[in-house]
Design a protein around this ligand. Structure first.
Ligand SMILES: Cc1cc2nc3c(=O)[nH]c(=O)nc-3n(C[C@H](O)[C@H](O)[C@H](O)COP(=O)(O)OP(=O)(O)OC[C@H]3O[C@@H](n4cnc5c(N)ncnc54)[C@H](O)[C@@H]3O)c2cc1C
Ligand code: SF4
Length: 290
């Protein structure tokens, strides 16, 4: 999701378009309109003035929904994914452990991949680095839920469980204009561009293609057993003799680890060092269960 300048206090009437084809949806998304699927993420952000939009485009009728072998429609809900035996175990488990049953019934996998950071400074609309400012408030302030990799400019921790699973599964994405690997969907924010995804404005995610996998797993450490974001999530997948490991809750974007030893290169903040130890404990468990 692209970060917008906080617009607290400004309210304008919203228009809603309901296009009946992908082409019509893409056309309707020109000029700053915003796509909405389940609305579980977007509506609170609009309500809080964290993103601004005059027009919403409901894409739920045009983005594919459902699972067909290894192809997953981006409009498929997390609840549908967690229950479908065609879906690799890591992704099923990541969906099952995400959010609440009500949110999983509404929330789509496309929207989940594009959810904004849960960093409380960002959610309070403070003018931090990710909002376009100069400072990461988390580094100086409270940051126990923040990052231990990729945190040079912004120390937020990516909240998506399914994204880590899909990164370990080496999944590919089809949008209305290109195909890309999941790792190419994300980028670390930089001085000249604070976005954390590479999606162009108005670009729609349509389908995910999950390669054949021999075995996969997702483990999630949380502050409580249900309905909590990952302190650390570990996804592992084995295919063709290779094992891929990916982390959620570790960096501003889903994080691929070259090997368990790559944890030695972590750059924890004082308050996130404990997360490295959680990852050290979870990774061998994940690999053993593959
Ligand atoms: C209280 C709470 C707890 C949560 N806990 C977890 C958790 O533990 N783990 C976890 O992984 N997630 C968690 N989530 C996130 C939740 O899973 C997402 O809100 C949900 O999956 C988003 O899907 P949606 O269809 O509602 O997206 P929307 O709200 O409709 O959209 C979200 C964003 O994606 C864009 N978008 C939607 N669909 C597309 C598309 N096809 N192409 C391009 N852009 C698109 C929208 O423009 C918007 O920017 C939580 C959310 C809440 C509110
Ligand atoms: S972690 Fe990122 S989102 Fe949070 S205050 Fe720092 S720059 Fe802003």
């Amino acid at each position: 999701m692209r970060s917008a300048t906080p617009k607290r206090g400004t309210r304008s009437p919203l228009q809603l378009a309901r296009p009946d084809s992908v082409d019509a949806a893409v056309a309707a998304l020109e000029d700053g309109a915003v796509a909405v699927s389940g609305g579980t993420e977007l509506v609170p952000l609009l309500r809080e003035g964290l993103i601004g939009a005059d027009r919403l485009v409901d894409v739920s009728a045009v983005v594919p929904r459902g699972v067909d072998g290894r192809t997953i429609g981006a409009g498929t809900t997390l609840a549908e994914l967690e229950a479908d035996p065609q879906v690799p175990a890591a992704l099923r488990e990541a969906c099952r452990l995400a959010a609440s049953p009500q949110l999983r019934n509404m929330g789509t996998i496309g929207g989940n991949l594009l959810q904004a950071t849960r960093c409380w400074y960002w959610r309070l609309a403070l003018p931090c680095y990710l909002h376009g400012g100069d400072v990461c408030h988390a580094k100086q302030g409270q940051h126990r839920e923040h990052a231990f990799f990729g945190n040079e400019n912004c120390a937020s921790a990516h909240p998506s469980d399914p994204a880590a699973a899909l990164l370990a599964l080496d999944e590919r994405i089809r949008t209305d204009r290109r195909e890309l690997g999941l790792s190419e969907l994300y980028r670390l924010p930089t001085d000249d561009d604070r976005a954390t995804t590479t999606l162009a404005p108005g670009e729609l995610i349509l389908e995910l293609d999950v390669p054949e996998t021999e075995s996969s797993v997702y483990l999630k450490a949380m502050d409580r057993k249900r309905w909590a974001f990952a302190l650390v999530g570990v996804a592992a997948a084995r295919a063709g003799g290779e094992t891929r490991i990916a982390l959620s809750g570790a960096a501003p974007v889903p994080w691929l680890l070259d090997s368990p030893d790559a944890l030695d290169a972590a750059t924890p903040l004082p308050g996130t060092a404990y997360k490295v130890e959680i990852a050290r404990a979870l990774i061998p468990r994940a690999l053993a269960s593959l």
